[in-house]
Design a binder for this molecule. Structure first.
Ligand SMILES: C[S@@+](CC[C@H](N)C(=O)[O-])C[C@H]1O[C@@H](n2cnc3c(N)ncnc32)[C@H](O)[C@@H]1O
Length: 261
């Protein structure tokens, strides 16, 4: 799977689900210290790093990812936004012992904790890395976005989601963990949980069509060896029609936990 589609997907998520991302960053902004030193774990394309640097006054953000391509995208985004003095990158595999990030006031992990091979170890590392009183933010997906609810193609999308969920499970991803319990077990206090039920109805902007197209296109390739030829053909037909559709909606659920060291 072309890496650039993943980067595009992450950027589209931030653009299309703007209200959710804005609510979240505003919430974190209220809780964070002034001029916080932030570490963005599994920063991906950098949408979180950019938002944190923009929204948290004086924040200095270290974007961490195992992927050099992702980090290159973060750096070019920081450059375009004029934020190179406040966003740095560190290439690291967070399944290994963590680099020394220096003093850290906020750890932000959006859609990345489920990638950690050993979540308990990752949370212990986060606890050790944070300064006393520091803020941990974990945002996770309860469900991946669905675009075709209530349309004639809902069943095709449903099939794709079911097979993709099985594939993630087999790959050892930690979806649907009870992060609240895990955070508490790692020694964090004042754990707060907030669920975001996102339900965007048509008409949606063109970026939403592109988001649907990239999502389903990637799933189709990911599931090449799992779906029957007729199911693959059905998914391809839906993907081909997505750019011109006016009946798309977006439903996805996210949960966010805030906690203190
Ligand atoms: C689903 S993306 C989320 C990106 C970003 N936080 C966002 O919300 O858009 C997960 C990211 O975690 C990174 N990642 C996965 N496993 C990792 C590991 N062991 N160490 C560091 N980064 C990792 C991936 O390269 C990817 O960029």
């Amino acid at each position: 799977m072309a890496h650039d589609h993943f980067i595009e997907l992450l950027d589209l998520d931030a653009e299309v689900l703007h209200d959710y991302h804005h609510d979240l960053i505003t919430w974190v902004g209220r809780e964070a210290a002034d001029h916080p030193r932030v570490v963005d774990l599994g920063a991906g394309s950098g949408t979180g790093s950019l938002a944190l640097a923009r929204e948290l006054p004086g924040a200095r953000v270290t974007a961490v990812d195992v992927s050099p391509e992702m980090l290159a995208h973060v750096r070019s985004g920081a450059e375009s936004a004029g934020l190179t003095d406040r966003i740095g990158t560190v290439e690291a595999d967070l399944d290994q012992p963590w680099p020394d990030f220096g003093p850290v006031d906020v750890i932000w992990a959006a859609a990345s904790m489920h990638h950690m091979a050993d979540p308990a170890r990752a949370l212990a590392s986060a606890h050790a890395a944070l300064s006393p009183g520091g803020l941990l933010v974990i945002a996770e997906l309860d469900s991946f976005p669905r675009f075709l609810t209530g349309t004639a193609d809902e069943a095709v999308e449903q099939l794709v989601h079911e097979e993709a969920a099985k594939r993630r499970h087999e790959a050892g991803l930690h979806m649907h963990e009870n992060w609240g319990d895990r955070i508490t077990q790692a020694g964090f206090t004042a754990v707060t949980e907030r669920r975001f039920d996102i339900d965007l109805q048509p008409p949606l902007p063109p970026a939403a069509n592109r988001y649907a197209e990239v999502s389903l296109f990637r799933s189709r390739h990911m599931l090449e060896d799992r779906l029957s030829p007729s199911d693959l053909a059905a998914v391809e037909k839906v993907v081909a029609e997505l750019p011109a559709r006016t009946d798309l909606s977006i439903r996805t659920e996210r949960t966010v936990w805030l906690a203190r060291r």
